[in-house]
Write a protein that binds this ligand. Structure first.
Ligand code: FES
Ligand SMILES: [Fe+2]
Ligand SMILES: [Fe+2]
Length: 492
């Protein structure tokens, strides 16, 4: 039966705020008032705003500042609660709570200024949520300041009630802030950080680029099934290239203009250095993705400059991997992908056997244990031997690791269920599909890419994997450990 109300209470609250068009008028009035004030001293205002955005930090400042009132007011709430429950009524505890509230209030003022700077640049439904977020947090601050005033007069009981209400309001405000960032992506990096193109590709005739006139070109990203936009600018004898989606909120840099050696985003005026992609002016805090440029036979060619920690592999990486020194190939060794494929097939057969067994068959549990053991061994040899080797020639490894984790979690759920229950059938089927998806993507992608390591290296790895498979199955200690783990997962 379809759900009658698909929204959770928190989603309903967020959705009703986002749909409240009446908030637009006060939002524009507040934004205009702030803008008019800032325009009285535009140069200083810009510097202050950039400081508040976190442009200097390379990261939005507001969430970092917000942790101050959240942490300190939570501490004060805890200490006040302990005092109210007569767990600790010392004056030291009371004094600590007061100081925590004061420090948090100071932090809240700076966080509010930083939040206001960010809020001025956001639009539509996020602007409405931001306004309510600010109003709720301002209420929290007001209640806390009221509490501090009462504390100075020695009226502790009502003061504690006020700051507790302030803490609750703060939690509500924090939740709305989290909604804006995690659900709506406000403040996150909106640049396209695709690794493409990894090798130089021709994109445009050099003489089509006029001085200081940004031009957008696009290259395909087959893995993302998307295209990557890149903006090219000829400036003072050099051609520069960077991602065309502004990292602030995705504005089109190719529709911007060149000023002081940087390209200005038409949406909120962030300026990025043409030579380095670094932010020269906020509100953006993240640099633009950069591309190396060369001109061959009058044609501009570009290549993405990979970022630190990037998993993208280039032809050079693969050549290096294939040329790495290698131990001697053991006689008669099979290739690693063949050994692993055979093991995949064995696990597929195990799934089919368990699914075909009668729910009441007492051997079903034993077969599940065999499957659990083989799954664990398989993941172990891949994590220990195959994945580290293949990482040099395939980008699939990080996702494969994540899928192993997911399979282990699903196996734990399956083991806990009685093998004759209907839930077990459903869970077994889900686990089967998950294992099949994982194994098939290894077979169709990772194993194919692994061939770049060369036949000999795959045979060396194959021999190591077969040795480890034997060792895992034959070692009494390893078997006992796996059995114990399975029993624990079954709930003993
Ligand atoms: S999208 Fe805001 S400055 Fe570019
Ligand atoms: Fe795997
Ligand atoms: Fe595998």
């Amino acid at each position: 039966m379809p759900p009658t109300d698909p929204m959770s209470p928190s989603e309903t609250v967020a959705a009703s705020i986002e749909a409240s068009e009446w908030l637009d008028a006060p939002a524009y009035r507040v934004a205009n008032l702030v803008s008019t004030t800032l325009e009285l001293a535009p140069v200083t205002a810009r510097k202050v705003q950039d400081a508040l955005h976190g442009t200097w930090l390379g990261h939005p400042l507001h969430p970092a500042l917000a942790t101050l009132p959240i942490g300190t007011w939570t501490l004060a709430f805890g200490l006040d609660t302990a005092a109210s429950l007569r767990l600790n009524q010392s004056t030291r505890v009371a004094k600590t709570a007061d100081i925590a509230l004061q420090v948090g209030a100071a932090g809240a003022v700076v966080a509010a200024a930083s939040g206001m700077a960010d809020w001025r640049q956001i639009h539509g439904r996020d602007r409405r949520t931001g306004l309510v977020h600010a109003a709720v947090n301002a209420t929290a601050l007001g209640l806390t300041l009221g509490s501090l005033a009462l504390r100075r007069r020695g009226r502790r009981a009502p003061a504690r009630a006020l700051s507790a209400a302030g803490w609750l309001a703060l939690m509500g405000g924090a939740w709305l802030g989290g909604h804006m960032v995690y659900r709506r992506g406000v403040g996150t990096d909106h640049a396209d950080r695709s690794p493409e193109p990894r090798e130089y590709v021709p994109v445009i005739a050099a003489d089509a680029l006029k001085e200081d006139r940004p031009v957008r070109v696009a290259v395909p990203d087959p893995a993302a099934r998307a295209e990557v936009g890149i903006v090219l600018v000829r400036h003072r004898g050099r051609i520069h290239a960077m991602g065309s989606r502004c990292s602030h909120m995705g504005g089109p840099l190719d529709e911007g203009w060149v000023q002081n050696g940087g390209i200005v985003c038409p949406w909120h005026g962030s300026r990025y250095c043409l030579a380095s992609g670094r932010v020269q002016n906020g509100p953006s805090t993240a640099p633009q993705p950069r591309h190396a440029v060369r001109v061959r036979d009058g044609v501009v060619e570009i290549r993405r400059q990979q970022e630190p920690g990037d998993e993208a592999l280039t032809l050079d990486d693969m050549k290096r991997a294939a040329a790495a020194p290698m131990p001697e190939v053991p006689e008669g060794a099979r290739k690693a992908d063949e050994v692993l494929f055979e093991h995949h097939e064995m696990m597929r057969r195990l799934f089919e056997r368990i699914a075909a067994m009668s729910p009441d068959d007492p051997e079903r549990r034993d077969m599940m244990r065999v499957l659990a053991g083989e799954l664990e061994i398989h993941e172990h040899v891949e994590d220990e031997i195959f994945y580290p080797a293949v990482r040099a020639v395939s980008e699939d490894v990080p996702v494969a690791h994540a899928e192993h984790q997911q399979l282990a979690d699903m196996l734990a759920v399956t083991l806990r269920l009685g093998t004759s229950s209907p839930e077990f059938e459903a869970q077994l089927q889900a686990l089967h599909q998950a294992v099949d998806h994982h194994a098939s993507s290894e077979e169709h992608s990772m194993f194919v890419e692994a061939q770049r390591l060369g036949d000999a290296r795959l045979r060396v790895l194959g021999a190591q994997i077969e040795d480890m498979l034997d060792e895992e199955r034959e070692s009494r200690a390893r078997t006992a450990f796996r059995n114990l783990k399975t029993r624990l997962l079954e709930g003993l």
